[in-house]
Design a protein around this ligand. Structure first.
Ligand code: GLC
Length: 748
């Protein structure tokens, strides 16, 4: 007994000591920031709020890996006191660099910083949105839309861990990721950078990524810091084109677009990048209500905000909101922008200096922004890393374990949407014709932000990774015939393809999109270009069985072709291992289990999402996508049953426990994600017919069943009320899983 009491006392003491030491650490960091701030000149403070692109000091004629113009770098860091840099060297055109080049860049920046008066470390930001995209030979994962299709957030944790580690090997740590925008406009050219149309799914996946990337302490040698983007409402342009007006009511904003950022802040992201576009006529960078009242006042965000590319200047040059470049700086800083991604000159520094000297921007606002930035630099351990060397590559970069996780993520992200008469999987000795613009390219599997901004330079992709065609050729024991080009735009000889089809058992037709991001990906219709449709229709007319594979960032309309095809595989952007993953599924080396994180539209103007309102569920407008949110087939079969909630009635503040049994009723081992939806039967604001509130993925042998337990919280039942405040209303709720529905009542 005495021993027990002694150990309890010791444990309690250790908790108190630990708690104190954490608090002391926080206090000492706070003290350091205050002391440092007090010692800074106005110029040094304004420099901390200024972020420039690498190109400002990039060598004009680089020799080897000597990419920096030393004089220009010294001017930036010593004369303008620049606090942040972004992007990969743009020689030639934003090409990925080797580890040693990155290490040299980071070391050179540190050595110049060491010559400055206060030696405040630079924080270097990079777009590593599906792995370390600007480091050669890194692990490049499926894009976010595909990670969501896995319905397996553990993979997102692992993606975060691996990406942070590989960046730290290069000396980098601040990643402009995850995108927490909700993908509810399929025309938008950055849909694929989101986790899809659902708030819960995006919140879970974004938080998982942050957990993996940051761990418990993002100053750890193998961790880094994330950046939630693009706050807020960027992903819903009315006409589907990037950086065009969004019209989002406050209620819709709070119901659909704020919650994922709230989740990311709760998950500990210390930086937020701002929406480049405008919502309700207010540019993101000028929106005090969003940037200060909501972000700081309601969501309690303590980190710093960074502008998106050149978006403060654009308040003058594009939005005509500011009457001058100086007024643009004033509007943005006073709205709540802490750091300006200028990024190509020192104009922000010069103009903010003038505004501070004239008192138009008060020192209190400058100090507030600089304090936030310094806090994050301290939390990231940057002050302690001036001397430390980057993580060793051995065991941390492009490891076999990372490759395995990437292969798994690619496989789990592929959606088998149709499989008539179980035509798939194919026998490996089948005679197949492979054709279509996405059959034999790696760039189409990866999309934008891959080695270059647009990701479309095929010559930069590694020769040892497999396109869909090469992966099929590797696995096949039969004859594989390819009719197609070597570039996406190459015209495919339809006559030759049709001729070849006559001698084949099966046609694998790979359609879709070339890589793109941002405005360069704007389109006028989700319909595919005529050349692809002509090829598809000619091959379907042969009467040979067609396996339709689509690859690309958006759900392009394939209705007529999909209805004639015997099977449909939706690949989206499965990353560097995606070609092999698709071949694994076609030949049955992997049992598919991906599910759609978006609704796949039947027509380009028939954009109704799964969480539509009752008024959208009435014939003839009913929700009738080609493939619904959550759809995805397996080579096995799964059934759910015995859905039950613990009680019939709950108090307003009670959590709801429910259970459901899932069984593998097929003949193959497989994975299945079980999705739990709710419907608030009647409320003072119209409620969606169903909303995803929980999901679990299981791996079951044939005949195996598993009982799954879920707990819904009052927050899961809540919505944005008439008064724009989140609330739960008493009344009846339905729980929907598979083809079962149960009800419960919430009572005051
Ligand atoms: C771009 C993108 C943003 C990216 C930033 C830095 O304009 O909107 O997602 O992080 O610039 O490259």
């Amino acid at each position: 007994m005495k021993l027990l009491i002694k150990s309890i006392i010791l444990m309690t003491l250790s908790f108190i000591i630990t708690g104190c030491s954490v608090r002391n650490q926080e206090q000492s960091k706070q003290q350091s920031v205050e002391n440092l701030l007090a010692s800074m000149t106005l110029e040094e403070k304004v420099g901390q709020m200024t972020q420039i692109d690498f190109s400002v000091f990039g060598a004009q004629a680089p020799k080897g890996d000597d990419l920096i113009d030393q004089g220009k770098l010294e001017e930036a860091l010593l004369k303008y006191h620049i606090g942040s840099i972004l992007n990969t060297p743009s020689t030639p055109n934003n090409k990925a660099q080797t580890l040693q080049t990155w290490r040299k860049i980071m070391q050179t920046i540190k050595s110049v910083t060491a010559q400055s008066r206060l030696k405040i470390p630079v924080i270097y930001g990079i777009d590593a949105i599906h792995g370390a995209t600007y480091i050669q030979n890194s692990t490049l994962f499926p894009q976010a839309i595909n990670m969501a299709a896995t319905f397996n957030p553990d993979l997102s944790v692992k993606e975060g861990e691996i990406t942070a580690r590989e960046l730290r090997v290069a000396g980098l740590q601040w990643n402009f990721s995850p995108v927490m925008d909700i993908g509810r406009q399929p025309l938008w050219p950055r849909l694929w950078e989101t986790y899809g149309e659902d708030v819960h799914l995006a919140s879970v996946f974004g938080s998982a990524y942050i957990k993996g990337y940051q761990g418990d302490d993002f100053s750890s040698p193998d961790k880094g810091l994330t950046c939630l983007k693009h706050y807020v409402g960027y992903s819903y342009p009315f006409n589907g084109k990037d950086r065009t007006p969004a019209w989002i009511s406050e209620r819709m904003l709070r119901e659909y677009f704020l919650p994922s950022f709230e989740a990311g802040i709760k998950a500990g992201a210390p930086t937020i990048m701002i929406n480049s576009s405008e919502v309700d006529g207010i540019p993101g960078h000028a929106n005090y209500h969003y940037l200060t009242t909501i972000l700081r006042g309601e969501l309690g965000f303590k980190g710093f905000t960074v502008s998106d590319w050149e978006d403060i200047k654009r308040l003058y040059t594009r939005d005509k909101l500011a009457a001058s470049p100086k007024e643009a700086v004033k509007i943005a800083v006073m709205a709540g922008v802490d750091m300006s991604m200028v990024p190509s000159d020192f104009s922000f520094y010069e103009l903010l200096l003038q505004l501070a000297q004239s008192g138009e921007v008060p020192m209190t606002r400058i100090d507030e922004a600089v304090t936030r930035i310094l806090n994050v630099k301290f939390q990231a351990g940057l002050f302690d890393q001036q001397q430390t060397v980057p993580l060793t590559a051995e065991g941390n970069f492009a490891t076999p374990e990372a490759l395995e996780i990437n292969q798994q993520a690619a496989r789990e992200s592929i959606v088998l949407a149709k499989n008539d008469h179980n035509i798939l999987p194919l026998k490996k000795d089948a005679r197949i014709l492979v054709t279509g613009p996405t059959a034999n390219l790696l760039s189409v599997l990866n999309g934008g932000w891959t080695f270059t901004w647009q990701g479309d330079d095929e010559s930069l992709y590694p020769s040892d990774k497999l396109t869909v065609l090469k992966a099929l050729q590797k696995k096949s024991t039969g004859k594989v015939t390819y009719v197609g080009g070597t570039a996406f735009a190459d015209r495919i000889d339809i006559k030759k393809a049709v001729e070849s089809a006559k001698n084949q058992d099966i046609i694998i037709l790979c359609l879709g999109e070339k890589p793109y991001t941002e405005v360069l990906g704007n389109i006028d219709t989700l319909n595919l270009d005529q050349a692809q449709l002509d090829l598809a229709n000619a091959l379907l007319a042969t009467g040979k069985p067609v396996i339709l594979v689509t690859i690309g960032g958006r759900p392009r309309v394939i209705t007529a072709q999909a209805e004639q095809a015997k099977a449909v595989i939706l690949g989206f952007l499965p990353g560097m291992e995606g070609g092999e993953a698709i071949a694994d599924i076609i030949y049955g080396d992997y049992n598919p289990n991906g599910k759609l994180p978006i609704s796949y539209p039947r027509n380009t103007n028939d954009i109704v999402l799964y969480d539509h309102k009752p008024i959208e569920a009435l014939e003839p407008n009913a929700y009738r996508p080609l493939y619904p949110f959550g759809h995805g087939l397996s080579y096995s079969h799964f059934e759910t049953s015995d859905l039950a909630v613990e009680k019939d009635t709950y108090a307003m503040d009670e959590s709801i426990n429910l259970s459901v049994t899932v069984k593998n009723t097929g003949h193959l081992k497989g994975k299945e994600a079980v999705l739990v939806y709710i419907n608030d039967v009647a409320a003072s604001v119209t409620r969606p017919n169903k909303q995803l509130k929980a999901f679990k993925k299981v791996d079951l042998n044939p005949g195996q069943a598993e009982k799954l337990n879920f707990t819904l919280t009052p927050r899961d039942l809540s919505f944005i009320g008439v008064d724009l405040k989140r609330m739960v209303e008493p009344g009846e709720f339905k729980v929907l899983v598979g083809n079962e529905t149960v009800v419960f009542t919430v009572k005051n």
